[in-house]
Design a protein around this ligand. Structure first.
Ligand SMILES: Cc1cc2nc3c(=O)[nH]c(=O)nc-3n(C[C@H](O)[C@H](O)[C@H](O)COP(=O)(O)O)c2cc1C
Length: 327
């Protein structure tokens, strides 16, 4: 009998209603993007990566904005990155106090700014430190800890698999998310689901997969092929929270224009609530292209939205476009 993405499961003692997870997305995965994923069915949501140093030193904006958790988004994992176990323990304690249910540690980020500090994918070359960080996060927070990592640094390098084993057997990690692309690939190329399948079979804890899961069909195939405990939706969910419903078998159709515009209005309102009107006006420029693509809007609309001086102007452009199309 085939397994279902809609069935409940447990991760480190935390009950999760289904196996479809919002992936960590830097600069994007704040409380309202996570809440949106939840509204559309996500079983678990993971925050954007947060610097353990910024949290440890109580950076005001980091703590206020990135550790903000909405009461309706549970269960939620907060992802931390860093290289210093003491700092990780202190940050994890603060994350627990903020209300997270789980802590995820980033050991997959390929960005040089992160790796050159010894964090992210650089940890694939330092298994001892990786284990120390996982133990520190659990010790500091009392929460279950998971790790998201890559298969390796370069083509042919599978150091990520060995680090995953060490994290589970020596570091007490309760789950692994594997993005089976090597770090030098960044986000390009086909993920190696066979590698992921091997890890699923080998490890005694839930293994989740990430990478190339952009349509409901791709998600179902990846889940079947690897036998993973769950799937992480990342770029496929940008401007497309309906993907959660489709993957869960709750809807088959794509959203219509009215539905897309109503969803975008919800996002605009939450962004103002989060950042205030001025910052939201700039922040949302990142979001428009995803939704305009869903709307089938052209380059003209995309360009106008990028320079809209106020949210009222952006709204007028979006709804004006809708009216023009309906006419
Ligand atoms: C804009 C962007 C931001 C990301 N931020 C993070 C992050 O903060 N932490 C992390 O572990 N992975 C991050 N990732 C990686 C994704 O979680 C995911 O593993 C990757 O995009 C592959 O999945 P996809 O092919 O379905 O998009 C990011 C990816 C993108 C595109």
């Amino acid at each position: 009998m085939s397994r279902s993405l809609a069935e409940p499961w447990r991760l480190g003692g935390v009950s999760i209603p289904n196996r479809v997870v919002l992936a960590p997305l830097a600069g994007i995965g704040n409380w309202f993007v996570r809440l949106q994923a939840k509204r559309h069915g996500a079983g678990l949501v993971v925050s954007e990566m947060v610097s353990s140093f910024a949290v440890h030193y109580r950076n005001e904006r980091t703590c206020r904005e990135l550790l903000r958790i909405h009461p309706e988004e549970h269960p939620v994992a907060v992802q931390l990155f860093g290289h210093d176990p003491d700092v990780m323990a202190s940050a994890a304690e603060r994350v627990a106090a903020a209300g997270a249910d789980l802590i995820d540690i980033n050991m997959g980020c390929p960005v040089p700014k992160v790796c050159k500090t010894g964090a992210g994918a650089a940890l694939l070359e330092e298994p001892e430190r990786a284990v120390a960080l996982a133990r520190a996060a659990a010790g500091g927070s009392g929460l279950p800890v998971t790790v998201k990592l890559r298969s390796g640094q370069r083509p042919g390098d599978v150091s990520g698999l060995e680090v995953a084993r060490r994290l589970v057997f020596d570091g007490g990690v309760v789950g692994i998310s594997i993005h089976p692309r090597h770090a030098s690939q960044r986000h390009k190329g086909a993920p190696d689901y066979e590698l992921a399948r091997g890890l699923v079979q080998e490890l005694p804890v839930p293994v989740l997969i990430s990478g190339g899961l952009h349509t409901a069909e791709q998600v179902r195939r990846g889940f079947e092929q690897t036998g993973a405990a769950g799937v992480l939706l990342a770029r496929g969910s940008l401007g497309n929270p309906w993907l959660f419903e489709q993957v869960l078998g709750r809807r088959a159709s794509n959203p219509g224009r009215a539905e897309i515009l109503a969803e975008l209005d919800w996002v605009l309102e939450r962004a103002v609530e989060h950042l205030g009107e001025d910052r939201a006006t700039r922040y949302l420029r990142k979001f428009y292209p995803w939704y305009v693509e869903q709307l089938g809007g052209g380059r003209g609309l995309q360009a106008s939205l990028q320079t809209a001086p106020t949210l009222a102007a952006a709204r007028a452009l979006l709804h004006g476009e809708a009216l023009a199309r309906a006419a």
